[in-house]
Design a binder for this molecule. Sequence first.
Ligand code: PLP
Length: 482
Amino acid sequence: MPVQRNGSTPAHELAALVGPAAELTAPRYAALARRIRDLVSAGQLPQGTRLPPERDLATALATSRVTVASAYRVLREEGWARTRHGSGTVTDAPRDAVPEPWYGRSDSPRFDLAHAAPAAAPELEAAYRTALERLPAMTAGHGYFHAGLPALRAAVADRFTARGLPTDPDQVVITAGVGDASSVVAETLLQPGDRVLVEHPTYPGALRVVEGAGGRLVPVAVDATRPDDLVQAAQLAARQSAPRLAFLEPDFANPTGARLSAAGRRRLAATLWQQGVVTVVDEVVAELYLDDGPLPPYAAGVPDAATVTVGGLSKAVWGGLRIGWLRTDAVLAARLGATLSRRQLSVGVLDQLAATVLVRDLDAVLVGRRRRLRDQRDTLLSALAVQLPDWRVHPPAGGLSLWCALPDGLSSAALTASAAQSGLVLAEGRAFGTGHAFDDHLRLPFTRPPAELRSAVELLAGLAGPLRGDARPPRRAPASVV
Ligand SMILES: Cc1ncc(COP(=O)(O)O)c(C=O)c1O
């Protein structure tokens, strides 16, 4: 949304997003506050946006100035806006607006669709056998490898180079998973109060990492049907909020499956860099393309220090392996490596030896991985089309999950709670957003075998009908979501 010369959002544009004032239920000021809150939590009004002067919005909405002033007051009281001296009212998000990751709890789940994480690739065991054979050659040394085992750093660097991103081993740091790599970046580069652009919806771990480092979330809307809309929205949010970092997943974002085009990622990378924003590029599923081939890595075409690319083997091979990495310019990599060393000195040597074998063989591993995921994605899509035809899904061209828009009146949280009682664990929509967003969506990973996916959808179809209309979300129960 463009800003006016005084820096605020044009009143007529906000009024268009709010919709006709006559449709705001009484009391009108409370409904207007709710509507603006939902726009902030959905990323349509980024955190830090200056709201129009009360009088202008009142005119644009054909309502009274008292209504707008009261709505702004409610937003301030609830933490969704604050008054900045000389700048009027600016959107914000309350500290507790980010929900813990939530999923349905079941003592003995029959089906687990809460985790978008496949079973281990068959090549894993052979890689560990090779690692065991190589281990004796290393045991005479102390076993600590700051920044990672040299052979693994070289293998990761070679893979980046082969994908079109020339990389030396000293630009790579090995971490205990992709989330660990993101935490290291946030811990090193964020000061409390710094703003951070995040896709919205996004992977709950990204929200936790930013919050954990004291960053303030600036959500930017992602729509899998128009993935490149993110480019302009992120550029605008960056201009308005001057963030320090952006957390992006250009290839098959979790949970939407959205993928930025080659031109879109080139444009976004260049402008964020020009605006002084360092982008953390999460590539956890970047090589899990199922229909079209690879696109140039996001980081290609900007200076190395413009991005920190984080990746790893959790989805390509197995989450239990706990091997990830980060890649940036050598100076920043050394700084990030120092943060990591202070925390955990080194990552397990046997795991790194196995990972070295797997990274060198990744093309072969990915052939089988992609074949299975393609089959499972298509099974899940057709089961949904038959059993739940009023759920709207944009088929993703890669990644691990479907982001389902639920029909009116069906609450994702209610469905998650009800499914857990039948032994099906799910991650509810709100886990992927800030505030109250996404109770109208459910993420369904296609990481389980086809027969399980079909049974799970059958179960969901049986539960969804009776729940329609009871839109009140139940209380949440904390748990982990990947
Ligand atoms: C986008 C994204 N980043 C990071 C992770 C975590 O990866 P790891 O298990 O390697 O820490 C996940 C796991 O689901 C993810 O979806």
